[in-house]
Design a protein around this ligand. Structure first.
Ligand SMILES: C[S@@+](CC[C@H](N)C(=O)[O-])C[C@H]1O[C@@H](n2cnc3c(N)ncnc32)[C@H](O)[C@@H]1O
Length: 308
């Protein structure tokens, strides 16, 4: 059984109301439509040309990138096939894949300042500052788990220019865009894009010096979260490091967040409750990692680093 903390108290009235509204399909659809419209408007008001960027991506021949990266025999875990982030097909399909980068700029624009399109880059930098301070050796082989369209992978490559980097994700559409983005933006990068589940990567034992997992854990049910830690331990070399960056459930922001806002947040993140209830540090320790540190790298994010 995964280690858990005390479950959240029963939802208060506002949350129950929000839950009630979201249970009515046409209302939930309307709420999602409104939330999406607001996000696009926020992005465009900060100078992120959401609709243009998405239209340009959709006009590319992404099917040939897809054919290069997709593993047609992959069996998707059941939990991955649910609607996510207001997309009916979750992280599968072109709709989510073509919007994930612009959405990250919008979502991260309010971490430090209000509506700052550089918030996303600052979040990644805050994580890399911790990696380079706390890991004294330069990792030669790095795995970016849940690499999506390559934002975290490119940022890792910029931090560790000598490293051989592999990006792994369950979404072939995200990986196809990562492949396309490499050609467009970083033709000098030799990143391998691997279509697999993080809990059964297929890599040989002791293949990597660093397994980096950036903003993936809040999307995982507890069983998968624990399996992925075990798999990371297996594929890391002796003295290798596991680094996990994600929302910090202990941060004041979540503690003080009105429950109905949290409920709205959870409506598009099906495993957020499980993530908030998981004692991730305990799970890392139980898997046999040593020298674990927890560092907060933004007002609402934390970085956990541990060593084999
Ligand atoms: C919020 S995105 C984070 C993306 C990226 N690391 C970044 O910084 O932009 C989470 C990613 O994890 C992937 N993912 C979720 N569960 C996974 C699993 N079990 N194995 C591999 N990838 C997974 C999703 O497909 C998605 O691309």
């Amino acid at each position: 059984m995964p280690a858990t903390t005390t479950p959240n108290p029963a939802p208060r009235l506002a949350s129950r109301l929000v839950n009630g509204v979201l249970a009515i399909k046409p209302l939930a659809k309307l709420a999602k439509h409104q939330a999406r419209k607001m996000m696009i408007e926020r992005a465009e008001s900060m100078g992120v040309a959401w609709r243009n960027i998405v239209a340009t991506l959709r006009s590319q021949d992404l099917e040939s990138d897809l054919a290069q990266v997709e593993n047609p025999n992959l069996k998707y875990p059941e939990y991955y096939l649910r609607p996510f982030h207001a997309y009916d097909r979750g992280n599968l399909g072109w709709e989510a894949a073509t919007e994930v980068e612009v959405a990250a700029y919008a979502v991260h624009s309010r971490i430090w300042k209000k509506d700052d399109p550089k918030g996303d880059a600052q979040l990644r930098q805050s994580y890399h500052d911790i990696l380079t301070t706390q890991i004294s050796t330069s990792p030669k082989d790095i795995l970016d788990v849940g690499c999506s369209v390559g934002m975290s992978t490119f940022a890792l490559q910029a931090t560790y220019p000598q490293a051989k980097i592999t990006g792994l994700d369950l979404s072939p559409n995200f990986l196809a865009i990562a492949n396309y983005n490499t050609r467009q933006r970083h033709p000098d990068y030799a990143i391998d894009w691997v279509h697999a589940a993080a809990e059964s990567t297929g890599f040989a034992d002791a293949s990597f010096d660093l397994v980096s997992i950036f903003l993936v854990y809040h999307e995982l049910p507890q069983t998968a979260a624990i399996e992925i830690i075990k798999e990371a331990k297996r594929i890391l070399r002796p003295q290798g490091h596991l680094a996990i960056m994600d929302m910090n459930p202990q941060s004041e922001i979540y503690a003080k967040m009105p429950p109905y806002i949290l409920t709205l947040l959870k409506s598009t993140e099906p495993y957020l409750d499980e993530y908030f209830a998981l004692d991730l540090q305990q799970a890392i320790e139980t898997a046999g990692f040593k020298h674990q540190t927890l560092t907060s790298n933004s007002p609402r994010h934390r970085t956990l680093i541990a060593q084999v």
